[in-house]
Design a protein around this ligand. Structure first.
Ligand code: NAP
Length: 519
């Protein structure tokens, strides 16, 4: 049995003890084990801060961007192996694994290109100097400088590839060493990617670290000038926020957590817009078995369209074969593990107590399985006729192939119901009326990190409700964790400190030289 070693202090280190298993969600076979027992995280963090940080920051942004390009090449060269691991460990079909694996490579390549155009050398100027005294003899210039601590990533199981690299791209480009702690259930793929990049000897020693499992002092060994980026459940985020390093010492903490995302069909819409919504709703229900933080959970339609949309979604769901992703013809694989399956089935049970079941894949015949105790859960579509008196549908995230169709009276009703998610990652809106789309964006933006507007003009070009593009912000307020990631070079802010430098114009002028910027 392979025990996934941890890469810390520039060397591979095995945790002691038997460790925790990494399983195949279809067969139950143990694929590997992880253990972080006995690791010295303090020594590992010191090494990253003291060896790798200065080595990274010796390079310019553009030089570090070139390193990201090299990493992308290594991952591209090993792409087939990553798909194979996903097939065995994540339970996802090839198309769904592509969102993770190719998404990781694309995001790294995006930052390699964006970073290659950065003219700054040591620090980044933020805006122009602001006068603080008469005749401008004393002024204030804001600057961003890379943090000299490390970035700890605590990641969710659903994106073992993209989840690492979408964060690491911005951190490494900023000159900040990275420690990834992947979710145990899918740690194998993250581990393999880190191993390939370490073997390729691209980064300074200690710049990229991985710890599989849960070392005792994962957070204790941090200091106040490190940062943590967490993706996972709101409950775990809440307990981490209570940790003294974060609560007391002020470790910067970014959280991407639960999100009850919406899709809204505009009023008075034509069949085209309804068709676009139906296609996207089905895709989001089934891709990665609905285990995407951005997946559509609530589908809002005008009351007059409720029955037609319900029928259209159900008709499409009927055509999808669910089961072992290794089997020919299977379009939707399994959940990540048996505990997730049980959690999703419990969530379905709760929603069923207060909603109509419009489609239940569990009673359909197109399930392809040879094994009995698997993590496969087919899609379920609920309907709620009276959403105003139904708190659960707006509050409970069922992190699987589950969504609820909801009728609305008028656009204000739809927007206020979407807002009852109390902060979400994304809302998508489908209409061929540009005025309505623009109005919707202005209202939904307050409670959503991203608003995705779809009409016929973009029907073929749009990137999808659930796809997180590096060009756009990923994160949402409130329940979604309050975090921000990606969004082009905005992502670098998390790995920099903002400081207001006050001095004479001559001294402030020297900053422009240090930044090396043309502006
Ligand atoms: P989770 O149980 O919260 O675990 C997330 C990560 O936290 C895992 O690496 C886990 O490690 C670690 N962890 C848990 N307790 C910890 C502790 N006390 N100390 C240190 N680390 C700890 O979430 P999950 O089940 O992996 O993911 C599903 C949830 O994530 C869903 O609710 C979904 O909404 C959310 N999610 C959000 C986003 C987003 O971008 N907003 C993306 C994906 C998922 P172990 O695996 O070793 O337990």
């Amino acid at each position: 049995m392979t025990k996934l070693a941890n890469y810390l202090e520039g060397r591979w280190q095995e945790g002691s003890g038997t460790g925790s298993p990494v399983l195949d969600p279809i067969t139950g076979e143990t694929l590997a084990t992880v253990s972080a027992e006995g690791l010295n995280m303090k020594a590992a963090y010191d090494y990253a801060r003291q060896q790798a940080g200065p080595a990274l920051r010796k390079s310019s942004y553009a030089e570090r961007a070139a390193l990201l390009g090299e990493i992308a090449k290594v991952l591209q060269a090993n792409r087939d192996k990553y798909f194979d691991i996903s097939l065995r460990n994540s339970g996802t079909v090839q198309n769904d694994s592509s969102v993770d694996v190719d998404g990781a490579i694309y995001t790294l390549s995006f930052y390699a290109k964006a970073g290659s155009k950065m003219t700054e050398k040591a620090l980044r100027l933020d805006g122009e100097p602001a006068p603080l005294a008469k005749d401008n003899v004393f002024a204030s210039q804001h600057i961003y400088v890379p943090i000299q601590g490390l970035a700890l990533f605590i990641n969710a199981f659903n994106f073992p590839a993209w989840g690492l690299w979408e964060k690491a791209a911005a951190a490494l480009l900023s000159g900040v060493p990275v420690v990834i702690k992947p979710a145990t259930s899918t740690a194998w793929l993250t581990h393999e990617m880190v191993k390939d990049v370490v073997d390729a000897n691209i980064l300074p020693a200690g710049a990229l670290n991985i710890v599989c499992g849960r070392p005792d002092d994962l957070l204790d060994a941090l200091n106040g000038l490190d940062v943590v980026s967490f993706t996972g459940s709101a409950d775990t985020a809440a307990s981490l926020r209570d940790h003294p390093r974060i609560k007391h010492d002020g470790v910067r903490f970014n959280a991407e957590t639960d999100s009850i995302n919406s899709a809204i069909l505009g009023p008075d819409t034509d069949d085209d817009a309804a068709g676009l919504l139906v296609r996207e709703a089905v895709r989001e229900l089934t891709i990665k078995s609905g285990q995407k933080c951005t997946a559509i959970r609530r589908i809002f339609v005008p009351e007059s369209k409720y029955d037609a949309v319900a029928q259209a979604i159900c008709a499409k769901l009927k055509t999808i074969t669910v089961g072992d992703p290794r089997k020919e013809g299977v379009r939707m694989g399994s959940l990540v593990n048996i505990p997730q399956r049980d959690a999703i089935l419990a969530g379905i049970g709760k929603l069923a107590e207060c909603s109509d079941i419009l489609f239940d894949g569990r009673t359909e015949s197109n399930i392809e399985l040879d094994h009995e105790n698997t993590a496969v859960v087919p899609p379920v579509l609920f309907g709620v006729r009276d959403p105003d008196t139904h708190p659960l549908v707006h509050e409970m995230e069922v992190f699987g192939p589950v969504a609820t169709l909801i009728p609305y009276r008028d656009p204000e009703h739809a927007f206020s119901l979407a807002r009852r998610g109390m902060g979400s990652l994304v809302a998508s809106v489908y209409s061929n009326q540009p005025d309505f789309l623009a109005q919707a964006a202005g209202i939904l933006a307050e409670s959503h990190g991203r608003v995705h507007l779809i009409n016929n003009d973009v029907a073929k070009a749009h990137t999808g409700h659930g796809n997180v593009m590096p060009q756009s912000n990923h994160g949402g307020p409130g329940r979604a964790g309050g975090g921000e990631e990606l969004g082009g070079l905005r992502a670098l802010r998390f790995y920099h400190r903002l400081s207001a430098i006050q001095g004479s114009p001559e001294v402030l002028g020297k900053l422009t030289q240090a930044s090396g910027s043309e502006g």
